[in-house]
Design a protein around this ligand. Structure first.
Ligand code: TXA
Ligand code: MG
Length: 327
């Protein structure tokens, strides 16, 4: 199991061809590998593999599933995942590879719902570090990668920083020397002709405005995206959720975790986040399973999820989904 694998010693890989291909093989197998970008070291996982992405939250000890950036080697790969408007393309041509992340409408199901946190937009970036680009080309799939540090700690700018924070919790770190920027990318929301600054970062806004020919709205959404209230407005199931339920009542669908109670067989629909009670499997399945039950039932009873490890993030997301909403 991947979480057991993560307890083994973290492999230290030099950024030579051998190291890059070892890193790529680990990523293809669903393991977590920290790699250098020009901003900070990223904690990479195959963005198309929900279980691998769930591992990121587990390794970082992140209490919530906030959306992650999908890293790709070129604009063509980006366009397969997100809709690049003419304005987005102009910015990408000017700043990619580089420290600019564009949040654009999602164009396909290629990346896991866990990367987008269930939103209908996706954050895309082509990093400028040669080792990151080599790795992305070797893997041939987008890599989800937040900064490679435990949640709440400073972002790592060296392989040693990564090992100090996450050693023993991830499969490997690829050492490409100290990062150039040391500060995360600038995140820009592109909606039609409108640009919104979601997080200030490596590329100054003035440069973006000069290239875009339009003003950037200074609306800070970096914090609020993950703050209470923000995610519900983007993603809320139609169905009513009843959390910590012992069993489904008449007319309810059942969202299970671990062994099902007998009454679950009479539920109007029945799915499990993890029949064996595995939190990582549950995290990986969460958005997809919720969406499926939501399309079949108006009331969903949800089994209790333990408040440990990834369970904190799963419960946080479930509470948001169950919260009363306006209108
Ligand atoms: O420089 C960087 O950007 C580094 C390196 C590793 O590339 N990565 C990084 O990723 O900082 P991360 O996961 O820490 O930042 C992701 C942030 C989220 O906190 C959120 O603010 C924003 O990107 N984000 C991602 N997807 C979004 C979306 N669909 N809508 C709005 N904001 C989004
Ligand atoms: Mg970070």
């Amino acid at each position: 199991m991947a979480s057991e694998k993560a307890k083994a010693a973290t492999e230290y890989l030099k950024a030579d061809p051998e190291g890059v291909s070892r890193a790529a093989a680990l990523l293809e197998a669903g393991a977590l590998v920290a790699f250098p970008t020009e901003t900070v070291y990223g904690l990479g996982a195959d963005a198309t593999d929900a279980r691998a992405v769930a591992g990121i939250f587990e390794a970082k000890g992140r209490p919530r599933f906030n959306p992650l950036i999908a890293h790709v080697p070129d604009m063509e790969s980006a366009a397969a995942i997100g809709h690049l408007s003419p304005l987005a393309r102009r910015l990408a041509e000017r700043f990619w590879p580089g420290a600019l992340t564009l949040v654009v409408p999602r164009a396909s199901d290629e990346v896991s719902d866990l990367v987008t946190a269930g939103l209908d937009t996706v954050a895309l970036r082509v990093p400028a570090h040669p080792v990151a680009l080599e790795l992305l080309r070797a893997v041939g799939r987008p890599l989800a990668a937040p900064s490679a540090n435990p949640s709440g700690k400073l972002s790592p700018t060296t392989a040693a920083d990564v090992l100090a924070g996450l050693g023993g919790r991830i499969a490997a770190v690829l050492d490409g020397g100290p990062t150039e920027i040391g500060l995360e990318s600038t995140i820009l929301g592109v909606e039609g002709d409108t640009l919104r600054l979601l997080r200030p970062g490596g590329i100054p806004v003035e440069e973006i405005e000069a290239a875009a020919g339009v003003a950037v709205e200074h609306q800070r959404h970096d914090g609020p995206v993950t703050a209470p209230g923000q995610l519900e407005s983007h993603y809320a199931p139609e169905a009513h959720l009843r959390l910590n339920a012992a069993a489904p009542e008449e007319g309810e669908a059942w969202l299970g975790f671990g062994p099902d109670p007998d009454a679950a067989t009479r539920a109007v629909a029945r799915l499990s986040l993890s029949p064996t009670g595995n939190l990582r499997e549950a995290a990986a399945a969460l958005f997809k399973t919720l969406r499926t039950l939501d399309s079949t039932s108006s009331r969903i009873a949800v089994a209790p999820i333990p408040e440990t490890g990834l369970g904190l993030a799963i419960n946080d997301r479930l509470q948001r989904a169950a919260a009363p909403r306006d209108g």
